[in-house]
Structure formats: structure tokens, C-alpha cells
Design a protein around this ligand. Sequence first.
Ligand SMILES: [Fe+2]
Length: 340
Amino acid sequence: MMTGPPANPLSGATPSPGRTRVLIVDDEPPSRALLERLLREDGYQTSTAPDGETALEMIAANPPDLVLLDVQMTGMDGFEVCRRLKAPESPVRLMPVILVAGIGEDHKVVGIEAGADDFINKPFKPAEIRARVRSLVRLKHYIDELDSAEAIIRSLAMTIEARDAYTEGHCDRLARYAAALGREIGLGQEEIAALERGGYMHDIGKVGIPDAILHKDGRLTAAERKTMQQHTVIGDHLCHELRSLRLVRGIIRHHHERWDGSGYPDGLTGDRIPVLAQIVGIVDVFDAMTTDRSYQAARPAAEAVAELERGAREGRFHADLVRPFVDLVARGVIVPPPRG
Ligand SMILES: [Fe+2]
């Protein structure tokens, strides 16, 4: 049985049914009509599709908040439609899908493997349908809010980048470089996604650093450097409510740690530094060297690579990460922007 979503730290209420759109997919007109009547009585906006292909087209054109999906349909069956909606690359994979059928236990296993969020057995019990729809709509609302909270944080990160003329495109490059290195060393999909988000958000905490320090020409004083280093801790605190950013938070806090413990903010050493943070740390240093900064002109990729290799020899970076990164640069997979 589904439990309700965790308390939402961002805001509140379940959306009114009137703003919630449910797509009913069923090849039998009577059960389509029955479900539609039931949900309309509860105030939901409904649309219907008579088969799987039509449903996929409708969802692609205008994704609803929830899909009620009949399993036994002529043509593409409900399992296949569900599988396509829930595929890792599907843009609507987080949209809840309820499978509707006279399902036995083994059908349920197929449904779970296809990614279904819940099941309803025919013949329908109206109270059960209402309860399950309500519960999943609440979950969808919660996911949407997390999504928009993340979008806000991401645009904040871009705003920070835009304040600094020297770092144009930095976040975008970091996301690409870090994901390329993650793929090269065989990390999973979740980690790669975290590296992409981490590339954008790693310096989010700079929002809390005074402009006079952030944009100072010339060297920072020791006190200013200490303040600047706080961007890692500030960023970590900014994101701590968002469980969806669990892996990204490690990147935000630890991307300036160094293998030998010489980094900040926690002076972690070796494997205690999350590998994703080590990756972003390496590509961050590479990008800083290969683009113009207030304190130095862009250096050729070969020089930046030599610096990273020296860093690995001297213990600041993990050689097992620097080596594949250097390889990616040598193969032209990672190409710094042209020097101006
Ligand atoms: Fe940073």
C-alpha cells in the first residue's frame, strides 16, 4: 500500500482536483466512461485514449498529472505503454501510472518491472480508485515542487555565473567535462546525473560571498580567502532540505577537498572525499587553467594537463581519476574553449 509523501519543506497543499489532469487509457468504452464519470465527480479534469499508441501521442503532446492504464488492450498492451513511459530517458518517467486490470500476482510482477506506481483490479471499487488517485496525485505534486525548487537553485547558479565576466560558460563546461569523466570510469546513471547537476550547482554558495571578495582583482588576503572558502559550506546548507540533491550536496561541499587533505572545508583525505566531488574538483581546476581569469590568461590544454599530472604525482589528486581525464583530453572528447 502507498504511504503519503514525506512532509514537504517547501510548501504545502495538495493541488485542487480541478487543476489535476488524469488520462484514462482503455480500449473498452464502458470502463472508460465509468472511470471518467467517477473522476469527474471528484472534480478532476479527464481525457481518454482508446489504445496505447494514441495515449503515447497524447502524453508526448501534453503530459497529464496521472495515467490510468488498462493492461489488456488490443495493439500495444498496458505493460508496454508503461515501460515506455517509465524508461530512464523518458521525460515523463516521474508521472504516476496506475495499471488497471483483473491482475493476478504474476501480472503484478510484470507491472512492477514495467515501472507501474500502483494497481487497481477490475471490477473497480470506486472508493479504492479515489484513494489511489488522490495519493498518487499528492506524490506527483510533491515531485513537481522538488523539480521547481531544483530549477530555482539551478537558475540561481547561472545568475552567480553571470555576475562574473570571467566564468561565462564555466558551469556548462563543468557539467559536460564531469559527466564525460564519470562515463569514462563507468559510473552509473544516477551518478552521471549528479555530476551534471553538480557542474551547474557546485559554486551555488557564492551567492553568500560579498562581491568585493568574489570579484576582487588581485590576491585575496588570508581573511578574504577564508570567507571565500565558505562558499562550499553555504552551498551545502542551501541544498540540505532537498533529498533529491543528496549526491549533489557532496559535490557542492567537497569539490575543493584534495586527496592529501590539503583542501577545504573539512580537510578530508583520500577515499573519504566523495568520488563525484573529486571529479568536479579536477575538471574545475582544468577549466580554471584553460579559460581567461582575472588573475591569468588561458593556458593551453597541454599545460593544464601537465599541471593535473603533477598534482596527482604530488598527491593532491587521485591518479586513477587524472589518468582517464587526461586520456579524454588527448582523444579530443574534452576540448577547452579556444583561447582569445
Ligand atoms: Fe568552488
